[in-house]
Design a protein around this ligand. Structure first.
Ligand SMILES: NC(=O)c1ccc[n+]([C@@H]2O[C@H](COP(=O)([O-])OP(=O)(O)OC[C@H]3O[C@@H](n4cnc5c(N)ncnc54)[C@H](O)[C@@H]3O)[C@@H](O)[C@H]2O)c1
Length: 247
């Protein structure tokens, strides 16, 4: 039987790559994004694009209530990055980052939970994969709100995992370093990004592609990950392992 996932942030970057990979692997995917995700004619029977603002409780509640399905997985990729020094960061930007990255992740997980629990079998725990960030483990200047929002996701991961594993729902998070997506491309000019600098090339010798992250998602969705819960797995090519002096 086809497995069913809901993926937020499905219109771009990591969420878009995850959507493509799960569809290729035979899953049915509900693709949620604040921008209506483009239809995929080759998967029209298994891809369900839905416009949804993850930071809006009514929108999230209505979206999951209307799905009328069980879920085997929830993958929360919707997120934003806004930069600025803490002394003068726009308060609206701070609120936006926390509302989408943290509140939105919480809302989606809470509203998906009944659908996930309904899909659980003794051999098949449901999976929740949240997008934290290397910023949660090692914050950088000029991105304090983002780092705080992702540190909160990592703590939510731990608590949800402990609360939900007894009912067969395994919650984990991924912590990528720099991934080549529109989010990062938008801050690649330090002037426009208020001085923020992405971590960039990792010790592996390149920036991650979305599929580097999706590969680890596929592992977390697999039977091999049936005993993993409550952890945040770095997918950073060693960027967070040790400080590399400039030059
Ligand atoms: N790219 C990186 O280097 C990197 C590193 C670590 C973590 N992450 C995290 O990975 C996730 C995916 O990031 P990405 O790089 O693919 O970014 P992206 O900008 O390419 O995609 C993010 C998607 O989220 C959607 N979105 C934004 N606000 C939303 C809302 N309120 N409701 C619904 N959808 C909304 C956007 O429309 C977009 O399609 C994010 O949570 C991000 O913080 C990214």
């Amino acid at each position: 039987m086809t497995k069913i996932a809901a993926i937020t942030g499905a219109a771009s970057g990591i969420g878009k790559a995850a959507t493509a990979r799960l569809l290729d692997a035979g899953w049915t995917v509900y693709g949620l994004d604040i921008r209506q995700p483009a239809a995929l004619p080759q998967y029209q029977d298994r891809f369900k694009p839905i416009q949804c603002d993850v930071s809006d409780a009514a929108s999230v509640t209505q979206t999951f209530a209307a799905m009328g399905t069980t879920l085997n997985a929830l993958i929360c990729c919707a997120g934003v990055l806004r930069t600025g020094l803490m002394e003068n960061m726009a308060i609206d930007d701070f609120d936006l980052v926390l509302n989408i990255n943290t509140r939105g992740t919480f809302l989606c997980a809470q509203k998906a939970l009944p659908l996930l629990r309904a899909g659980v079998t003794p051999d098949n725990p449901a999976r929740v994969i949240l997008l934290s960030s290397l910023a949660a483990l090692r914050p950088k200047i000029v991105s304090g709100a983002y780092a705080a929002s992702k540190a909160a996701v990592t703590q939510l991961t731990r608590v949800m995992a402990a609360e939900w594993a007894p009912s067969g729902v395994l919650v984990n998070a991924l912590a990528p370093g720099t991934v080549d997506t529109p989010m990062v491309r938008a801050v690649s000019d330090p002037t426009a990004s208020k001085g923020y600098r992405p971590s960039g090339v990792s010790p592996v010798g390149r920036i991650a592609q979305p599929d580097d992250v999706v590969d680890v998602m596929m592992f977390l969705l697999s039977d091999a990950a049936r005993y993993i819960a409550g952890t945040t797995i770095p997918v950073d090519g060693g960027t967070g392992a040790a400080f590399i002096p400039p030059g």
